[in-house]
Design a protein around this ligand. Structure first.
Ligand code: ADP
Ligand code: MG
Length: 358
């Protein structure tokens, strides 16, 4: 972990109110970790503490094995890209990118060579003499990245760097940014409120809410094994049913939900009879047909209230007994959804397709 980042028990209060509330995590050498959560959950404050732009109320921050709490920003070996990338408008691309080297007293010739290398890295060779106003928003963001990387920092901190780009460009830049990060092999913390961005780019994702981390895991674990109901509902679409455990047997739990339906789900730690739990099942993991096969588990019948045709998938909102609405999606090949509004259908799912969150 020597070139990585370790945050231990970080607390940051503003006038008594905690913005970051006992946060601990590590980023390994070359690893890409996202801080993901809704607006106001403490992502930027966490990042600014690591970068040295905020002073922690408590806890320690280690970069490359050294505690840096008392080390000023310009000595921290970090490169940071802010949400509003803030290039100097009256400086050229070369002056912007070379800024950190100039501050560190690097000679002009060395600066010129290193600026050239940094611009090659972000695939903008030859742009030295342009001004920010003469660049597209995607190019400006790449210049900001080159500026953050030029002094060869040991960690890269990115605060919603793609948030101001339009949708199409954001999708392209995700991949480009990730490729650059991999090429440089730099430990990176990426702040975003966009779950798709985090899923696409990260080695691991820390899902935050209210100044705390709910779960720190790979994108796949975060999606398929959410640790809390917050994670289950924040990442992707899910159906979330609350109920009471009535029995646990042979690794499976029975959970009574609204409408007196009893679901069978793989048991989880801490799910004991009498306990109230949540059951989450993703829309794409539910089967749908006019009639269910014999013995179909977790079977319900319901009426389709709403159909959305999304090109390669159909999405249904189905009203089942107990007044619950279940969302089901189905891959389709044809030009229309197989089931229509008002139809009565059967839906069911195998016990290992749902998950209990306690
Ligand atoms: N300088 C500040 N002074 C007072 N409160 C702040 C300051 N910076 C952030 N906060 C508060 O801390 C909380 C977390 O903010 P922030 O870290 O910016 O969240 P995020 O980046 O996840 O949207 C919010 O409630 C915000 O209002
Ligand atoms: Mg923020």
């Amino acid at each position: 972990m020597t070139a990585g980042i370790r945050v231990t028990d970080l607390v940051k209060r503003f006038g008594g109110v905690p913005a970051v509330d006992h946060v601990s995590f590590e980023v390994g050498k070359g690893e890409f970790v996202s801080l993901l959560g809704p607006s106001g959950c403490g992502k930027t404050t966490t990042l600014r503490c690591i970068g040295g732009y905020e002073r922690p109320t408590g806890g320690t921050i280690e970069i490359a094995g050294k505690i840096v709490n008392d080390v000023p920003v310009h000595r921290r070996e970090i490169g940071m890209v802010f949400q509003n990338y803030a290039l100097f408008p009256h400086k050229t691309v070369a002056e912007n990118v070379g800024f950190a080297l100039k501050m560190r007293g690097a000679p002009r010739d060395e600066r010129r060579v290193r600026v050239g290398e940094a611009l090659d890295l972000v695939e903008m060779p030859g742009y030295e003499d342009r001004y920010p106003a003469q660049l597209s928003s995607g190019q400006r963001q790449r210049v900001a990245l080159a500026r953050a990387l030029i002094h060869r920092p040991s960690v890269l901190l990115l605060d919603e760097p793609l948030a101001n780009l339009d949708r199409k460009l954001r999708q392209t830049m995700r991949v480009e940014l990730k490729l650059i990060q991999e090429r440089v092999g730099i430990s990176t913390i990426f702040v975003t409120h966009d779950q798709e961005e985090a899923l696409v780019m990260s080695d691991r994702i820390a899902v935050m809410e209210g100044g705390r981390i709910h779960q720190l895991a790979t994108p796949s674990e975060t999606y398929h094994r959410p640790a809390t109901s917050f994670v289950a509902t924040f990442i992707g679409e899910t159906n979330f049913l609350e109920g009471e455990v009535t029995a646990v047997e042979a690794g499976q739990a029975r959970v009574r939900v609204a409408g007196d339906r009893v679901l069978t789900v793989e048991a989880a730690d801490g799910c004991t009879p009498g306990r109230r739990v949540g059951v989450t099942v993703r829309p794409e993991r539910i089967d749908i047909a006019r009639e269910a096969p014999a013995g179909a588990p977790n079977l319900a019948t319901g009426r389709i209230e709403f159909v959305t045709y999304l090109g390669s998938i159909a999405s249904y909102r189905i009203l089942v007994g107990g007044g619950q609405r279940i969302h089901v999606t189905q891959p389709i090949a044809g030009d229309r959804a197989p089931f229509g509004e008002g139809e009565t259908v059967a839906i069911w799912w195998a016990p290992d397709r749902g998950l209990i969150v306690v």
